[in-house]
Design a protein around this ligand. Structure first.
Ligand SMILES: [Zn+2]
Length: 571
């Protein structure tokens, strides 16, 4: 997503080109080719610039974003989404069977379904249930009290033409270049309820899910999970059945219907399945081979691929890509970099396919570990952007990883805090990606012990895998494991707009330098490497002035700003 400032500056046609990394072609070309954009198009970050006015909070955004009482009174167990997709009439129809356990006695639960879709009926057994639709929410009423601790299952029947909307299209009835139907979903942000009824929030996930998609004979559906088989329905349609063995967030649930060709590979016991259009098959076989190195790199740092029973899949689509769980979608032109650009502008992006590396990184951060509110989406995007640099480090070494990460500096805006307001379906600004990754790299320098850092990363992932967490959980874990109080550092980077500024005042005649952090957090303190690059000295700077002796003059005195994402002022 773009901050409102950038969105205003980009041509509408470019904004419509969505991708899960939320950057348009226009932006990639502005910053990716190594040329500086004109100042009028992308102003330099102003650390203390007031935040732009927030977008309006609507009844729909509260109903979608809040974990209200009719969501909190139940816990999802499973979905079985069973739909028929008609490419000619461009309609979908079918049902979602929703199993849940009540956590408190109640007669009402909240589900969600976009108003463009018709509710045909909602059944508890054979009893037809009443419901109230309100701004995208569907409040389902039960004739008798549902009891705490009991499990229930309802069948939610619906039909209609889903709208094509949102950054990524939502639900798209398209055609491939040969004229075959090419139908796909990508609904991060706009929400899964754009095309199917569900409890459309981030906090609660089903424990598993069955996806059945009936489509005209001859087409292929690739959805999340393990392929269980297909059944000829005898009326010109075939049902494709998929089973997701793990918790899955709603926006990851996807269908990809097309004239796909399939090929496969293995990494140890992990199945890898690839789907591409016939005309792109040779290119896909070459480009998708990068998935193995990606999996090896991430497994090295974090442990086993999270969705082994479902396998890893990579599926060609016409938009740039999305992290759909165990069914990552890909549209990066079968070329390295991002949309054929050097994404971070420092010569390293052209060595690998950005979409394969980034979107698949979300399997660990975003899909396995999921934020419980979209406000804290840096847990997906900041971490996955940092994972890109871990891939670079694994393949090419530490120096290139640092170079790659610092290529992101020019994309940081420092206009809004990374953590957005909670409970209103608000997504954070673009800084959640680049500033988020540079912040995590800063934490590595604060820990200042790589063996400890690698263990911390691995254990952090393992501790929270398959869970939905908030920033407070991350901070608490890092504090406990390091024995440090990192809360003010997390807060400065995530809850304020400005990054820390190290203020230096030199007295060359006395050979001293005064130093302190200029920050918003009063309790902020962070060690930082200063002096000369071949022999850094660590100072433990706080918000109070301290002094140190130095033989270096003002011009010779450096700060390791490639290892710490900070500003420096000298006087
Ligand atoms: Zn992403």
């Amino acid at each position: 997503m773009f901050s409102s400032a950038l969105r205003r500056l980009l041509p509408v046609a470019f904004v419509a080109l969505g991708c899960s990394v939320n950057f348009t072609f226009a932006q990639a070309s502005q910053t990716g080719a190594g040329s500086r954009p004109p100042a009028t198009q992308m102003p330099a970050p102003k650390p203390h610039q007031p935040e732009p006015p927030p977008p309006p909070v609507t009844r729909a955004s509260i109903l979608r974003g809040a974990y209200g009482p009719y969501r909190a009174n139940n816990d999802l167990l499973s979905y079985h989404l069973d739909i028929r997709v008609d490419p000619i009439k461009e309609i979908i129809s079918g049902k979602n069977t929703i199993r849940f356990r009540m956590l408190a006695d109640g007669t009402r639960i909240q589900l969600d379904l976009n108003d463009a879709l018709k509710i045909d009926k909602i059944l508890l057994g054979t009893t037809e249930l009443k419901y109230v639709r309100d701004s995208g929410a569907v409040f389902v009423d039960f004739p008798e009290t549902l009891k705490a601790g009991q499990e229930y299952s309802i069948d939610f029947y619906y039909s209609g033409s889903p709208v094509q909307t949102g950054r990524f299209g939502g639900f798209t009835f398209g055609k491939d270049p040969s004229g075959h139907a090419w139908i796909y979903t990508a609904c991060e942000g706009i929400g899964a309820s754009i095309w199917w009824p569900n409890k459309d929030q981030w906090r609660d996930e089903v424990k598993n899910m069955q996806i059945s998609v009936s489509i005209p004979n001859g087409l292929v559906d690739v959805s999340n999970g393990r392929f269980m088989g297909k059944t000829d329905l005898g009326d010109g349609y075939t049902r494709w059945d998929w089973f997701v063995h793990y918790p899955i967030n709603n926006y990851d649930v996807s269908l990809n219907i097309g004239n796909y060709q399939h090929f496969s590979d293995r990494l140890g016991h992990l199945s890898m399945d690839f789907y591409a259009l016939p005309e792109d098959l040779d290119k896909a076989k070459k480009q998708f081979s990068q998935a193995k190195g990606m999996l090896e790199a991430y497994q090295h740092y974090f442990g086993e691929y999270p969705f082994k029973k479902d396998g890893y899949k990579l599926i060609e689509v016409p938009y740039s890509g999305m992290e759909h769980q165990s069914a990552v979608t890909y549209g990066n032109h079968f070329a390295n970099g991002y949309l054929e650009r050097d994404w971070t502008g420092v010569g390293i992006s052209p060595r690998f396919d950005f979409i394969i590396i980034h979107e698949s990184g979300h399997e660990w951060f975003g899909n396995s570990i999921t934020a419980a509110d979209s406000s804290d989406m840096w847990i997906h995007e900041g971490w996955t952007t940092y994972l890109e640099s871990l891939y670079v480090e694994y393949m090419y070494g530490h120096d290139d990883a640092v170079k790659y990460l610092n290529g992101y500096r020019s994309k940081v805006k420092n206009e809004e805090p990374i953590i957005a307001p909670r409970g209103i379906n608000r997504e954070p600004p673009q800084d959640q990606y680049f500033k988020g990754a540079l912040f995590i790299n800063t934490l590595r320098s604060v820990v200042n012990d790589d063996a400890r850092w690698w263990k911390l990363l691995h254990d952090f992932y393992q501790h929270f895998k398959y869970q939905n967490i908030m920033t407070e959980d991350v901070v608490q874990y890092f504090n406990e494991q390091t024995g440090m109080n990192l809360t003010p550092i997390f807060d400065q980077y995530l809850r304020h707009t400005a990054i820390p500024t190290l203020e230096l005042k030199f007295d060359d005649s006395k050979g001293t330098v005064f130093y302190r952090w200029k920050v918003d957090e009063p309790a902020f303190q962070m060690p930082v490497r200063v002096g000369k690059k071949d022999g850094w000295q660590i100072i433990h700077a706080t918000t109070d002035w301290q002094t140190m002796s130095t033989s270096l003059k003002k011009d010779e005195f450096d700060v390791a700003t490639d290892l710490y994402f900070v500003n420096v002022t000298k006087e």
